[in-house]
Design a protein around this ligand. Structure first.
Ligand SMILES: [Zn+2]
Length: 338
């Protein structure tokens, strides 16, 4: 019989549950909305129902290895409490792990969503061929995850890898974390929209202004579309994001000297718009990168350079491969490492 595990990606918008075999084959994926407004009890019920449903369905043909759940926010790994979660209002200081274990009458493993995404890319995505990888997930905020020796590096209390709150502007924009000038304030989807609105308010771009006025849900994607159509202001915003990212990646390369740094999350689809500025900044700021960069090829600006040239010790900075499934696969991987 096949072994499989169940992975859950509990996001502020989507709740996704998947059954994945221990070699990474997807058996089934369920996507539900996260009904945050109905309260945590409702969301956990939806999750547990879906997990039980999958368990029932595969119990004749496969053996369940365990259940892993990626949760947005700061988790106390010892107690399984969610300390703080901007995307899940009302869940702070809630014993989420105990509650799920009680309902399912089995053990579950929780981890931070960005950590889990890094683990997913390590298992089945861009970082498959390396043991150590750092990942930045550019979404509403900027998440970070560090995988060393194939396992998530948790640090002392599970809070390691908060790369989104590395300072790139000492007196910069106020961040929700209390600091100023975090990379999250320059390279997240919300930052891209904020910078676009600032540019409109400054009266410099009529194109951006028209796009924002005609689209009530004006998004980072709209800014990207303008950038690829040649709008200078929109391009400037992504260069700003790229520089901020480059500073952080250069710091990570200098600190860690590991072989791979992966950029994922929704905003990473704007790779063409931000990566030239990012690489310029990395080259300028990291002597470790200068000493270990792969031979300069066209691949540096695209997604083609995924694997280091055979036998060479090089530093690769690249796009994530699994898209929004990274967190789902990473969550399914958690019980296999426990
Ligand atoms: Zn911050």
């Amino acid at each position: 019989m096949t072994n499989y595990s169940i992975g859950v990606d509990l996001g502020g918008t989507n709740l996704r549950i998947a059954a994945v075999t221990d070699i990474g084959d997807l058996l089934e994926k369920i996507t539900l909305g996260t009904k945050v407004s109905l309260g945590r009890n409702h969301v956990i019920n939806d999750m547990c129902d879906a997990i039980r449903g999958l368990g029932e369905k595969y119990k004749q043909t496969a053996v369940l290895s365990g259940i892993g759940i990626g949760v947005p926010g700061i988790i106390d790994l010892k107690t399984g409490m969610l300390r703080e979660s901007p995307n899940l209002p009302g869940w702070a200081d809630y014993p989420v792990r105990d509650e799920i274990e009680r309902r399912l009458a089995t053990r579950v493993i929780l981890d931070n969503d960005a950590n889990v995404a890094a683990l997913g890319e390590k298992w089945l995505g861009a970082a498959k061929e390396v043991d150590d990888v750092a990942m930045l997930t550019l979404g509403t905020g900027v998440g970070g995850g560090l995988v060393l020796g194939g396992r998530i590096w948790h640090g002392m209390t599970g809070m390691a890898g908060e790369f989104g709150h590395i300072t790139v502007e000492p007196e910069g924009v106020q961040c929700n974390c209390g600091n100023r000038g975090c990379v999250e304030q320059y390279a997240s989807a919300s930052a891209v929209v904020r910078m676009a609105r600032e540019s409109i308010a400054g009266g410099t771009s009529s194109l951006l202004g028209r796009a924002a006025n005609s689209d009530p849900e004006f998004s980072a994607k709209a800014v990207y579309n303008l950038a690829i159509q040649g709008d200078e202001e929109a391009q400037k915003i992504f260069r700003r994001a790229g520089r901020a990212l480059g500073i952080v990646v250069a710091d990570l390369i200098n600190s860690l000297n590991i072989p791979m740094y992966v950029i994922g999350g929704g905003v990473s689809s704007a790779w063409d718009a931000f990566s030239p500025a990012m690489f310029e900044e990395i080259r300028r700021r990291s002597m470790v990168y200068a000493a270990t960069a792969p031979p300069k090829t066209a691949g540096e600006h695209g997604a083609s350079l995924q694997v280091s040239p055979q036998g060479q010790t090089v530093t690769i900075v690249t796009r994530a491969l699994l898209g929004s499934d990274a967190g789902l696969y990473g969550a399914a991987r958690l019980p296999l490492l426990a």
